[in-house]
Design a protein around this ligand. Structure first.
Ligand code: BGC
Length: 769
């Protein structure tokens, strides 16, 4: 007998020996929809064998489907599977072959629409949604995505990612809401509500906040690497979005790949149980990140073997294992650990209760299948929401002499070029290729929107060549030309073609950046496991832009990317620069509308863009000591300025701030209320996002130079003025003191209101006593 078959036989006998026969299963309580979930959970739990319980804690994957069916053992809790409804139903049917017929939870990463399936609505990614600074839009997009996820038969998405990013080298920056704890907290709440809140349980999608914690502060910006971060920083900046998400009812959390101060997140009882479950009151369950319980043995080397890795992680508080190819990986060793008294049965019961609770809350016991005819997606309404979000996430970084919007009377023939001009990079990470008809690339968008001008295109080749370096390096122009259609990189040929065409045009739009499409794994320049030791543009992109600028034609640089990129030559020499992030399926259309002035840009940076890699970490809320000293010979603080600061984002109109009304003395328990006026002083409608930063002047521990405490987004017609009201509870001005207790210290605080961290328009001191 093969060893795996033997193990399956043992497991099967273990299950059936220790339980009662099928006839004695009492479904009267746990299948009664009118009973409270807790009662249903208990009624089911008490009928489960140890192996069935441990099975609920394990996930299997669609990649092992055939082997699982061959083995005939189906008592697992969940599947990682991104499939069309018919296939999902087939997987789900396997749950009915088990004794208790507990439905499977089916989960997949659908971070901004169900991008790993074909034809769904693809929204801007999280970093892009963060650039909208628009809470409602985040919630609406999440709710719409949830409709498409659930109607495909998937119940659970491994999103939102709420890592706070300190290091722009980290490839996964685009999956997050950026660097700011308050912005991230506000947006994660909306994303969770959008996914989970629905009166009909059959329409809810369980969210999974990730990655707990500090992956965005890992050494060198390397995914999986250690985060050596203090408890104070963790509590002050990294954990608040998780706490906010828990308060919004987040059903599951995924810990990070990394260790914190030497303790892998998946084995940190302090983090998983003491802080998040006990202190924050997290009632959902933890799902491991991909093989990260196992990684205690294979990556972190804190466990000698698989059994010990499971002991550490389950005892630390982990509830579900992602994922097992068969029962030997998790079910067998964990069963032994319980039988040996090393993992307490109480811990197992706690994990299973948490998992079952979510299955009941999602209505899976009532209906585990999905009607493929009801799998409705990419409706006109859903698509238009994606376009609306794309319009708001685009950030105008620079616009010398108001080159934008493009004056079509003056610039009648436009060259569109650059490696991201006509590809699906706009869809961003966690998206596979989509049907061309569902994607408006930049070139397509410009052609659709440009009013009566001539659009010329030059194919620049890919950011990273698909074909071998030797072949790409050919000096034969004919071969270089041919290679472009086969996936070649930027070449001498493509540069000279772009330059020749630019000379015959009035203006150039060059689309550069990064490439993050999931299904093109090896060709990505950012994304998961695509970290780079640089924030400069990959490959020959700068050379291409320089050659175009030399033609003397005005150049507009458009950046498509999921993380900060900067090249100082480009920032200094190119008159107009637009960061469109990863704007989703209609990114090209939204950009074109902005280029030609049909839409006024309103996105702002949710993350600082450093000038160069050496400045990292460069998030805005540095300590005063870094802020006032900075790099530089002769200590010039200007040498430590970023290329573009947090909150930066230009508009085609101008805004004036005035009339700050704010009392000066507040008690420790009071809400601080303030108001001010914002006026659109230009000649076109625009949306503005006023930001309120607060600086604590003297504190018992070092506090940052400022922290965002409130923001809103207002639309103003030309000449219109609105009064903005903010309320900041005094309790939000606290710090983690020397005893590691959260406390608000009386004293002076400076309230600063403005367009960005470096563009403060109103300022006033207040005193807390
Ligand atoms: C990633 C997670 C993701 C999981 C499942 C891992 O490699 O780190 O963010 O949810 O895979 O796809």
């Amino acid at each position: 007998m093969k060893i795996t078959t033997y193990i399956f036989a043992c497991i099967a006998s273990l299950s059936f020996n220790s339980c009662t026969s099928e006839k004695t299963i009492d479904t009267s309580v746990y299948m009664d929809i009118n009973r409270p979930v807790e009662e249903r959970v208990e009624a089911l739990l008490k009928q489960m064998t140890l192996t069935e319980k441990i099975g609920q804690m394990d996930m299997v994957s669609e990649w092992d489907k055939d082997a699982i069916i061959k083995n005939g053992y189906y008592d697992f809790g969940a599947w990682i599977a991104g499939m069309e409804p018919e296939e999902t139903n087939k997987i789900q049917a396997l749950s009915e072959k088990t004794r208790l017929k507990i439905p499977y939870l089916i989960g997949m990463d659908a971070a901004h629409g169900y991008g790993t399936l074909s034809g769904r609505t693809i929204f801007p990614t999280s970093i892009s949604m963060a650039a909208t600074f628009n809470r409602n839009l985040v919630k609406k997009a999440a709710k719409t995505a949830a409709g498409e996820i659930r109607s495909a038969g998937t119940h659970w998405t491994f999103a939102p990612c709420v890592d706070i990013v300190y290091d722009a080298r980290w490839g996964r920056t685009g999956e997050t809401y950026g660097e700011d704890p308050y912005l991230s907290s506000e947006l994660v709440k909306q994303a969770i509500r959008g996914l989970q809140e629905n009166a009909d349980p059959q329409k809810r999608v369980a969210a999974s906040m990730k990655h707990l914690a500090a992956g965005g502060a890992s050494v060198g910006g390397v995914n999986h690497a250690s985060a050596d971060i203090s408890e104070r920083s963790l509590r002050s900046y990294i954990l608040p979005p998780f706490k906010a998400g828990i308060e919004a009812g987040c059903m599951t959390i995924m810990p990070g790949h990394n260790d914190i101060g030497g303790i892998p997140a998946h084995a940190s009882k302090w983090l998983l149980t003491d802080i998040v479950k006990n202190e924050f009151g997290f009632k959902g369950f933890y799902v491991s990140d991909m093989m990260d319980m196992d990684n205690l043995k294979t990556l972190h080397f804190t466990a000698e073997n698989q059994k010990d890795a499971l002991r550490q992680s389950v005892n630390a508080g982990m509830d579900m294992h992602m994922y097992s190819p068969d029962t030997t990986q998790f079910i067998v060793p964990l069963t032994q650990l319980v039988q040996e008294g090393i993992v307490p049965i109480k811990r197992i019961d706690d994990a299973v209760r948490r998992i079952l609770k979510i299955k009941f809350e999602l209505g899976l016991f009532e209906n585990r299948y999905i009607d493929p005819d009801k799998d409705i997606y990419a409706t006109a309404e859903n698509r238009s929401l994606s376009l609306e979000a794309a319009r708001e996430c685009i950030v105008l970084l620079k616009n010398e002499n108001n080159l934008l919007p493009i004056d079509v009377q003056k610039y009648k023939r436009i060259l569109v070029t650059g490696p991201n001009a006509d590809n699906q990079s706009i869809l961003g990470d966690w998206s596979f290729f989509q049907p061309d008809s569902n994607v408006t690339t930049v070139l397509k968008g410009i052609r659709e929107v440009a009013p009566g001008i001539e659009v010329v295109y030059s194919n620049s080749g890919r950011i990273k060549a698909k074909i071998s370096k030797e072949k790409t390096n050919t000096t034969d122009p004919a071969l270089q030309k041919q290679l472009l259609t086969e996936g070649g990189g930027i070449s001498d040929y493509s540069i000279s073609d772009a330059v020749t065409k630019a000379k015959s045009c009035d203006l150039v739009v060059v689309v550069i950046g990064g490439y993050g499409i999931r299904s093109d794994w090896g060709l990505r320049t950012y994304g998961e496991s695509a970290d780079r030791p640089s924030i400069d543009f990959y490959g020959r992109q700068v050379e291409l832009v320089q050659a175009l600028q030399k033609t003397g034609k005005p150049v507009v640089a458009v950046i498509v990317n999921g993380k900060p990129l900067n090249n100082e030559w480009i920032s200094q020499n190119i008159p107009s620069i637009i960061d469109i992030w990863e704007p989703g399926m209609y990114g090209g259309k939204a950009l074109a509308e902005i280029l030609f002035g049909q839409v006024n840009p309103s996105g702002k940076l949710p993350i600082t863009i450093p000038k160069n890699v050496g400045q990292i970490p460069m998030y805005y809320y540095q300590s005063s000591s870094r802020y006032w000293t900075g790099y530089g010979l002769g200590s010039s603080r200007s040498d430590d300025q970023p290329a573009y600061c947090f909150g930066h984002g230009l508009s085609y109109t101008t805004f004036e701030y005035s009339d700050l009304k704010l009392d000066t003395v507040f008690s420790l328990k009071e809400d601080i209320q303030l108001s001010f006026k914002v006026k659109n002083t230009g000649n076109r409608t625009g949306k503005e996002t006023p930001l309120l930063f607060v600086h604590d002047c003297v504190s018992s521990v070092v506090t940052p130079v400022a922290l965002l405490k409130e923001f809103t987004k207002v639309e103003l017609e030309a000449g219109e003025e609105k009064t903005v009201h903010f309320t900041v509870p005094s309790s939000n001005l606290g710090l983690w003191n020397t005893e590691m207790k959260y406390t608000v210290e009386p004293g002076k605080f400076i309230f600063k209101i403005g367009r960005s961290f470096n563009d403060i328009r109103l300022e006033q001191d207040i005193f807390i006593q």
